[in-house]
Design a protein around this ligand. Structure first.
Ligand code: AMP
Ligand code: GLY
Length: 406
């Protein structure tokens, strides 16, 4: 089968590597792709958030399956445009992707489906925000209602700072603080049937010991040796199935990845957020352990045949991903510096490009994901850090405590 993969980040590089190792994938086209993905498939330029452009590329490249990686094209309706051409696509419609695109919509679906989550208020004015902050108390959680690449959320003890963030955004969701460890579970759905991947954990803050501002994710590992055995079953039963059923009941079947971001609180499991795509960097670690051929799995989901696919197969052991970021991330980054050590196996490109002379340079905030595997999290971690240590990038930064003491 010919597969067209939309996106250019670490998630897409990891997806490309898994697709390239699937025998049923005879041709892989990455649009726009990145220098790391160029070794695995043909990279062609495209404006990822232009539904007509992506649909037309799907037709001209004779794709049998289109996989949309990032959220922005999904929310822009790229999957709808491809589906309208009669081509199977793995990724939800623009309407279904609102589960990520609008935090208020996600809360509405959860309330209707009886899914446990933090109590929340949608606020449009300073007065509403003040009332909600005082209702829930510190620590304050204030979320921009729109897409913000994981950076639109602040969690703070400081009421002034919380209020300032609320006033800065047009519409915010202010909610109850959830304590307890966070877990990411990716659920592959064809609209009716769903299958969960191994649970993973992400390290969101820029600084060691979980300090500093939120990022898109500075590292991840899977599986979670400390998690209860029935965690995935509980997530399917109490979170994913009811949410997918609620969407389907509204005539919005969700075909793609329902990313369940959860907190395991003292009062039980609660949803922190939903996303409409695989989480990055978690998926880089998760795919390192997946044995089920990815192309076949996602084609089955895109064509409503997931019920025919058996259980997902996983390698024994663990995987760890350590993200190398550019100087300044998650604020304004210094980009364009030469980058070395990025062509090793297990190193995924997230923000790289080739300059006019063909030299690899670091562009995005998150530059590389370094993935190690091993019998235990500790072993996988050693391998991931060996790769990260081998990266040469002036001002490059990575957390030293990813998956430490697990
Ligand atoms: P979100 O974009 O909703 O995932 O939020 C980003 C990050 O902010 C989450 O991964 C959490 O670390 C933190 N966060 C979000 N909502 C809450 C909450 N209700 N309580 C505690 N932390 C939260
Ligand atoms: N790593 C978190 C996310 O992909 O949103």
């Amino acid at each position: 089968m010919r597969v067209l993969l939309i996106g250019s980040g670490g998630r897409e590089h990891a997806l490309a590597a898994a697709l390239a190792s699937d025998e049923s994938v005879t041709k892989l086209i990455c649009a726009p792709g990145n220098p790391g993905m160029a070794a695995l498939g043909e990279c062609v330029p495209v404006n990822q958030t232009d539904p007509a452009a992506v649909a037309s590329l799907a037709v001209t490249s004779a794709a049998d399956l289109v996989i949309v990686g990032p959220e922005a094209p999904l929310v822009a309706g790229v999957a709808d445009a491809v589906r309208a051409k009669g081509i199977p696509v793995y990724g939800p419609s623009g309407e279904a992707a609102r589960i990520e695109g609008s935090k208020a919509f996600a809360k509405e679906i959860m309330a209707a489906a009886g899914v446990p989550t933090a109590a929340a208020r949608v606020c449009r004015t300073r007065e509403e925000a003040e009332a909600a902050l005082d209702e829930f108390g510190a620590p304050y959680v204030v979320k921009d209602d729109g897409l913000a690449a994981g950076k639109g959320v602040i969690v703070t003890e400081d009421r002034e700072q919380a209020l300032a963030h609320a006033v800065d955004c047009e519409r915010v969701v202010i909610e109850e603080y959830l304590d307890g460890p966070e877990v990411s579970v990716f659920v592959v759905s064809d609209g009716k049937t769903a299958k969960a991947m191994l649970p993973a954990q992400d390290f969101k803050r820029i600084g060691e010991d979980g300090t500093g501002p939120n990022t898109g994710g500075m590292g991840a590992y899977c599986p979670l040796p400390w998690a209860p055995d029935d965690l995935v079953a509980e997530v399917m039963e109490r979170v994913a199935q009811p949410t997918l059923a609620e969407l389907a009941g509204r005539g919005i079947p969700f075909v793609g990845t329902l990313y369940c971001g959860l907190a395991l609180t003292a009062k039980g499991l609660k949803v922190v957020e939903f996303n409409a795509r695989f989480g990055d960097p978690e998926i880089q670690a998760v795919l390192a352990l997946m044995e089920t051929p990815l192309g076949e799995l996602l084609l089955a989901a895109a064509t409503g045949r997931l019920a025919d696919v058996g259980s997902l197969w996983w390698r024994e052991g663990a995987a760890v991903c350590v993200v190398v970021a550019n100087e300044g991330y998650p604020g304004t980054t210094v980009t364009g510096r030469p980058l070395y050590g990025a062509d090793e196996d297990g190193v995924f490109h997230a923000g790289t490009a080739l300059d006019a002379s063909g030299q690899l340079i670091a562009t995005g905030g998150r530059v590389l994901g370094c993935v190690g595997t091993g019998k235990s999290v500790a072993q996988a971690r050693q391998e991931a850090y060996a790769l990260a240590e081998g990266v040469k990038l002036e001002g490059g930064y990575f957390r030293r405590d990813i998956a430490a003491n697990i």
